[in-house]
Design a protein around this ligand. Sequence first.
Ligand code: SF4
Ligand code: F3S
Ligand code: FES
Length: 233
Amino acid sequence: MQIELRILRFDPERDQKPHEESYRVEAGPMDRVLDLLHKVKYEQDGTLTFRRSCAHGVCGSDAMLINGRNRLACKIRVDQLKGRRITVAPLPGLPVMKDLVVDMDSFFAKFRSVQPYLQADDPDPERERRQSAEDREVFDDTTKCILCAACTTSCPSFWAQPSYVGPAAIVNAHRFIFDSRDDHAADRLEILADGDGVWRCRTIFNCTDACPRGIHITQAILEVTSKIVEHHA
Ligand code: SF4
Ligand code: F3S
Ligand code: FES
């Protein structure tokens, strides 16, 4: 079938502002939006710029706004989208560098700010740090994050206040705050109790709807918020 792909384009060396360009591509029902972007780039316009690496929903590099929703271009198939016209734009709320590529520096700075790594105070054991299956289960969901930014850039609280640390950083803080082997949960709770931390969440749920990994993000944010209240009680 013929699909019209309408892509928001922007070249900082040439354009004052973004503009839409339309491309007609032949697509099979099993083609993904990423396949259509490749067809445009390889067959019609080599200047089209977008990120992708794994092409299988693992690396998180090709999140973009597809038919008005943040999704991974490599995971959404043409037959999952209604109609023969598909709109594609960069993730909202981050500066556009070129076409579908946004500047992720501030996103990764927020991720780093919550200390997303294990910090155990006792000396390293000779072998691995053991953990029961029950203790592992507590944070299993938040280990699934691939840092695609679909959640943070779909959050109206982030759009309104870009200094908000955002759901992705909170998810990654959750993963270590609830890890029984870690001794520095209190440091992360202090960081997230800040004015740009968890209190900016208004439980809007866009983040949860956008997550390609199906992480229960809003629930994780509420669990971290409860922990902060407990910590300050
Ligand atoms: Fe992407 Fe989900 Fe991680 Fe957010 S929580 S960055 S949507 S994988
Ligand atoms: Fe935003 Fe998600 Fe909270 S959309 S307001 S971080 S529930
Ligand atoms: Fe890696 Fe889509 S290209 S997640």
